[in-house]
Design a protein around this ligand. Sequence first.
Ligand code: ADP
Length: 430
Amino acid sequence: MKKIVLGCIADDFTGATDLANNLVRAGMRVVQAMGVPTQSLDAEADAVVVALKSRTVPAEDAVQQSLAALRWLQAQGAQQIYFKYCSTFDSTAQGNIGPVTEALMDALADQPGGDFSIATPAFPDNGRTVFKGHLFVGDVLLNESGMQNHPLTPMTDANLVRVLQSQCRRKVGLIDYKVVAQGAAAIQTRIDQLRAEGVSLAVVDAVSNDDLYRLGPALKGLPLVTAGSGVAIGLPANFGIAPSNTASALPPAAGFQAVVSGSCSLATNRQVATFVQAGRPALAIDPLKLDAADGGAATVAQALSWAKDLLPQGPVLIYSSATPEAVKAVQARLGVQAAGDLVEHTLAAIARGLVGLGVRQLVVAGGETSGACVQALAISQMKIGPQIDPGVPWCHAQSEAAPNGGLHLTLKSGNFGTDDFFIKSFDCLK
Ligand code: ADP
C-alpha cells in the first residue's frame, strides 16, 4: 500500500483545492479526494486532502463525516492530521469548527501531544491575517468585511479566541505575534505554558508568511493541526520535503479545450467578457429558455452541436454567467434553488458532453458548478498540479467519460483568477 505522511480534511470543495495547491507549492505530491474514499489510495502521494461538504451541515453530521475521513487517512499512514476551514473562519454559534476540532482531538487523544492543537485561518497571501487573536480581512476586521452579512455563516465577532471558545468545551488560549516572532522554540515553550494552564487549543497570530514559516517547525509531531490553507506552507519541511517542480508534475495535456462557467461572481463576469472581447467562440445559456421538464436536454444538445465544429480550432466557452440584475430576474421567475439546480444540471451535462466530444482540458468556473461537473464526470479523485492563479491549480483526474488517460481540469471558485484566466490557463498547460 502507498503511504502518505499528511492527512487533510477540508470542510468544502474549493477550499480543499486551495489547501492542496499550497501543499504542492511547498513540495508535496497531493491527491484530492471527493468525499471519503471507499478504497485504499492507489497513487503516489505525500498528502491526501479529503474534500467534504461539512461547513454548514448540522454539527453532528460534520463530526461523523470528519471522523470517517480521519479513519481513512490514518489507514493510509497519515502521521499528522490537518483540519482545513475557511480563511474567514466561516462557522455558526453551533460550529462546525469547534465540534469537529474537539471530535478529532478526542479521537487522537491517546497519541503523544494529542491533548493540544492550534487554530489559525491566517493566509497573508490572500489578505487574511490574525493579530492578537483578531482576524483581519484585508484592512478591516472580520466583522466589518461583509462577512457579518453572510447568509449562512454570519461572522459578527473578529475575536477568534472568543468565537472558538463559544463552540468548544476545551479551554481556548492565544499564542500572540510576539511569541511567534521569536520562532519555533518560543512557540513550543508557549504551548507547554498553555498546557500547564489547562488550555488545549490556541489561536495563533500570523501576519506574514514569515510567521507561518516560523510556526511550521513548532507543529512538528502535533497529531492535529486546524487552520485555513496558509499554515500548509510551513508543514512539508517537517517531513523533509522541499519545494520542487516534480511535486506538481501532471501527465502531458492533450485533446480539445473548453470552459464551462456557471459562476456569476464579479471576477468570473470579467473573465467571460475578456474571452468574448478577444473574439473567442462563446455561447451564452439563458436559464429562462431551459426546459425544466427535459432537464435542459434540448439546450445541452444545441450547445454540443455548436461546440463540435469549433473545438478543433481552440478553446470554446459555454456560460450562464450573468449580471446580478439578470440573475435576480431569473430567480424571481424560477425560484433561487430551482434556478441554481437547473443551471448546474445543464452545465454539468454540457461538461460531460464536451468531454465526450474529445475535450481533455476543461476549465470550470463556480464552486457549486464545479461540484455538479465533477459529479457528472464521476470523478472521485484528482492529482493536484501547477498553480494558474493563487488558489487555483490545474488538476488531472480519471473519468469514465475520458477513457485512456483521463483529463486535465481546473475548478475555479467565483472570485479567483485574473481577467484573462479563461485564455491563459490553457497556455499554462503547454
Ligand atoms: P461562485 O463560485 O461564483 O459562487 P457557483 O457555481 O458556486 O459560483 O454558484 C453560482 C450559482 O448560480 C449556481 O447555482 C448556478 O447554477 C447559478 N446560476 C448560474 N447562472 C445563473 C443565471 N444566469 N441565473 C440564475 N442562476 C444562475
